[in-house]
Design a protein around this ligand. Structure first.
Ligand SMILES: Cc1cc2nc3c(=O)[nH]c(=O)nc-3n(C[C@H](O)[C@H](O)[C@H](O)COP(=O)(O)OP(=O)(O)OC[C@H]3O[C@@H](n4cnc5c(N)ncnc54)[C@H](O)[C@@H]3O)c2cc1C
Ligand SMILES: *[C@@H]1O[C@H](CO)[C@@H](O)[C@H](O)[C@H]1NC(C)=O
Length: 188
């Protein structure tokens, strides 16, 4: 009788010890917890954290060929001005940060290396304005004019920037029949 109870105790102890060792063994294979993300992408400090990424050296090699350079430039300015014209008039912090990063990386990765290098000095002096659609569009017109001046091209009147690129809400009535056809869609 006594020996039976002792046997039960030993068996119970053995089961507990085995279970405990099994748990330790399995736990040793578990993944370490993922690292805590450093950035939230929410506030203006992000721009500083991203500094080296957004303002590092121009990446593309020298382009040289003037025909290709001009074609690329016309296409690129069209993308930029149209992006600004369709940016929200009241952007969220996230949207502002997205535009700021986009412009900086657009510069770094611009396929004409010599253009990108010059444009980095423009961005340094005139950081992208991302507070609203009109601020972004005005800023875009202004920096394009800086490039125009350097290339001895005529200055663009930035008061006309809305007529040239805007497909936004303000001109919705007119846009239906006119400028939004360029996007193949109706304004939202
Ligand atoms: C970021 C960037 C940097 C560049 N750097 C160089 C460089 O260093 N060297 C070089 O040779 N080329 C550079 N280019 C290309 C150059 O700016 C021109 O795109 C190219 O010379 C062709 O000029 P374009 O006369 O056809 O008119 P673009 O300057 O390409 O302009 C296209 C059209 O946009 C309109 N426009 C003109 N000015 C404005 C304005 N201020 N705001 C809004 N719309 C306007 C006009 O309708 C114009 O016809 C650069 C382009 C970009 C996007
Ligand atoms: C520049 O590129 C164009 C288009 O690809 C080409 O036709 C032209 O021959 C090139 N010019 C030079 C000087 O290489």
């Amino acid at each position: 009788m006594f020996s039976t109870r002792a046997g039960h105790r030993i068996l119970l102890l053995a089961v507990l010890v085995t279970g405990f060792i099994s748990i330790l063994y399995i736990a040793s294979f578990a993944q370490p917890p993922p690292p805590v993300p450093v950035r939230t992408g929410k506030d203006s400090s992000t721009a500083k954290n991203n500094g080296p990424l957004l303002s590092g050296h121009a990446i593309a090699p020298k382009l040289g060929n003037e025909t290709v350079k001009a074609e690329l430039g016309r296409a690129a300015w069209k993308v930029l001005h149209t992006t600004f014209a369709r940016f929200p008039e009241k952007p969220t912090d996230d949207e502002k940060e997205a535009l700021r990063s986009y412009v900086h990386l657009f510069q770094r990765l611009y396929p004409c290396g010599e253009c990108a290098e010059h444009f980095s000095t423009v961005l340094e002096k005139y950081p992208p304005q991302v507070s609203s659609r009109s601020a972004a569009a005005m800023w875009g017109c202004m920096v394009h004019n800086i490039v125009n001046k350097r290339l001895h091209k005529p200055e663009f009147n930035c008061e006309n920037i809305g007529d040239a690129y805007d497909c936004g809400v303000v001109r919705r009535a007119r846009v239906l029949g006119a400028c939004c056809r360029c996007f193949g869609e109706l304004p939202r």
